[in-house]
Design a protein around this ligand. Structure first.
Ligand code: ZN
Length: 547
């Protein structure tokens, strides 16, 4: 029962974003990756929950409001949070829930959690003096400071803060965290990040301040039982992952979805997600039965995956450079599916990457237009022309095989190999590898990727062959049409709109076809001979680029 239960739910999260800025292409990258994995798991039939949201209890939101010349913080938070929500909606991201850390439901969960940690004896009031970076919302240690400034915020002065704070005894969990990393190597991905976090926990991790004095901050959740303090932003923010699935408000829902199956984060916040966060849960679990499995083990997130940093045409995204790209601005030119493809294909997921306008144009023209779009267009147009507007009638079993001994094309077997490769890549959180397999196929020589499907047309020249051997052409074109249907399935999580348009050109109703589910849908013979095809409309129209 528990195995079925695990396979049938998939809860994934993005970081919640600060509302001191608008969404740019870097945030879009994380969110698109999450959406792609969510869509894949929905096709598998899983009960998926994708949550994103906004981090609002931060002093830097207050500063941003002041800078904007405003004075009503709630109005500012509402407007900016709305901007984020609207952006994801406009881009077609399939968000199941959008949480704000100013939501009442969130406050309830934070309070419950704080009390549990308090009962575990892991909170203690101490005087803290140190250098504080408002950009990071964190105290900085020597190794994180260069020329008197934060490594990540070289343009901001550090504040010297001395105050009474509640401390969370993070160092109590050093051994437990290291043991967890050893027994659950899949917890932190990719491996380079796991090594980094291991060394941090072993050598550098210290107790952390988790509250601020009320007189120093104008925003934040009050510390339960201590009116002089507000909960510090990370301790509060991390809890969104639980409060979004009912922690503190709906125990049944929480038990259905927690622990998270995947938490996507940027590499700059792994210390919080892979050390502080699991330690907080370990602490609270001692006094909150909701946080332990039936076997007594603690309900920690299954995977935290950290992706790399992002540059724009080789430069760091920054307000001062003004190079942040609003993802919506690219949609009229390329269509959002092409942007999704570019982001997920161009960058090895987990590594640093660059958003290059030139590379985007190249990928759009070659991978999408000339390779994928051209294939679908030629196959549908030829079939319509030679077979009376419909799908050719042929021996469906023979059509599974490579047509010639020396063919680059490996038929159905190659398509099945791609299917397995897509599944493994997405289970390993590597959308880039999945796309690589769909385009180039899998295998030593003969393959069945989109590239080889195009080669099959060159090899066999159906437009010439049709006069002497219409039977062979029927076989070839049926195989290629069916391959296009497979590709439409394969790319569905990545390019949902393009996928539906391909299915429509193949004469299928996308909604009905996708309702069959991944396993049923990816069985040979989904196209019925003699059934009418749709119109071969170009999927990726040529774009004029100003230089
Ligand atoms: Zn900083």
């Amino acid at each position: 029962m528990s195995l079925y239960y695990r396979m049938s739910k998939y809860y994934l999260t993005t970081p919640i974003y600060y509302v001191n800025d608008k969404p740019h292409i870097g945030h879009t990258y994380t969110t698109v990756a999450a959406d792609t994995l969510a869509r894949f798991h929905r096709l598998l039939g899983d009960r998926v929950r994708l949550v994103t949201g906004t981090d609002e209890n931060s002093q830097k939101n207050v500063q941003a409001m002041e800078k904007a010349g405003e004075s009503n913080i709630q109005a500012y938070l509402d407007r900016m949070s709305g901007e984020w929500k609207q952006t994801w909606q406009d881009l077609g991201i399939t968000v199941d829930d959008f949480i704000r850390t100013t939501d009442t439901r969130h406050l309830a969960g934070v309070e419950r959690f704080w009390r549990a940690v308090e009962q575990s004896g892991d909170l203690e009031k101490r005087t803290y003096e140190g250098l504080y970076c408002v950009g990071c919302e964190a105290f900085k240690t020597e190794s994180e400071i260069l020329n008197g400034r934060c490594l990540l915020h070289p343009n901001k002065d550090l504040d010297t803060l001395s105050e009474e704070n509640w401390f969370f005894k993070l160092s109590n969990y050093r051994e437990a965290l290291l043991a967890h990393l050893d027994t659950h190597p899949e917890f932190v991905q990719p491996e380079s990040r796991r090594n980094e976090i291991r060394s941090y926990i072993e050598k550098f991790m210290t107790d952390v301040s988790v509250s601020r004095e009320v007189k120093k901050v104008s925003i934040g959740i009050p510390v339960p039982g201590d009116d002089s303090q507000r909960i510090y932003v990370w301790f509060d923010a991390l809890l969104n992952y639980m409060t979004a699935v009912g922690y503190g408000t709906d125990d049944d829902m929480f038990q259905q979805y927690w622990p998270a199956d995947l938490q996507l984060v940027g590499k700059d916040i792994i210390k919080f997600h892979c050390a502080l966060w699991p330690a907080m849960i370990m602490s609270a679990a001692k006094h909150d039965a909701l946080l332990t499995h039936a076997d007594g083990s603690i309900k920690l997130p299954r995977h935290v995956f950290a992706h790399g940093f992002f540059t724009i045409d080789g430069q760091k995204i920054s307000k001062s450079l003004g190079n942040a790209i609003d993802p919506r601005a690219l949609v009229p030119t390329y269509g959002f599916d092409a942007i999704r493809y570019y982001l997920l294909r161009e960058i090895s997921f987990g590594e640093d990457g660059d958003f290059s306008h030139e590379r985007l144009q190249i990928r759009y023209a070659s991978d999408l237009g000339n390779t994928f779009g051209n294939l679908v267009n030629r196959v549908v147009a030829m079939s319509k022309k030679y077979f009376d507007g419909g799908i050719p009638q042929t021996d469906l079993v023979r059509a599974t095989l490579p047509v010639r001994d020396d063919s680059a094309w490996d038929g159905k077997e190659g398509l099945d190999r791609i299917r397995s490769a897509v599944e493994s890549a997405l289970h390993a959180h590597r959308p880039d590898l999945a796309l690589e397999a769909i385009w180039n196929g899998v295998g030593d020589e003969r393959r069945s990727g989109i590239v080889q499907a195009n080669k099959l047309i060159e090899e066999t020249q159906p437009f010439k062959l049709v006069k002497e051997s219409p039977e062979t052409v029927a076989e070839i074109l049926y195989a290629l049409l069916e391959a296009c249907r497979y590709y439409a399935w394969f790319v569905q999580p990545f390019m949902p709109e393009v996928s539906s348009r391909i299915l429509a050109q193949l004469g299928l109703d996308a909604r009905e076809e996708l309702a069959r589910g991944w396993v049923q849908g990816l069985a040979w013979g989904g196209l019925t001979p003699l059934k009418k095809l749709g119109e071969p409309v170009p999927l990726f129209p040529r774009i004029e680029v100003e230089s």
